[in-house]
Write a protein that binds this ligand. Sequence first.
Ligand code: SF4
Ligand code: SF4
Length: 74
Amino acid sequence: MGMFVQIEIDYNKCKNVKNCKICEDVCPVEIFKFEKLDNNRKISVVEENIDECIFCNLCLEKCPQGAITIKKLY
Ligand code: SF4
Ligand code: SF4
């Protein structure tokens, strides 16, 4: 669990984009994990890596659904 940062994906928005994994591709510190499931994909937030976030905002800028929220807790 990130102590200083909370990163959330709104799956109601994310699910509208088939096979998207832009967040995983753009994040320099591997906060997002893409998994291929049969005909679908699953995007997870990797809790152990959250505190590595450098607030580059790439994921926020590139997500076509505006599905990602980042909160600083300090
Ligand atoms: S702001 Fe940058 S480092 Fe943080 S999760 Fe998004 S892409 Fe990764
Ligand atoms: S970039 Fe946005 S829409 Fe695409 S997988 Fe990530 S959270 Fe979902």
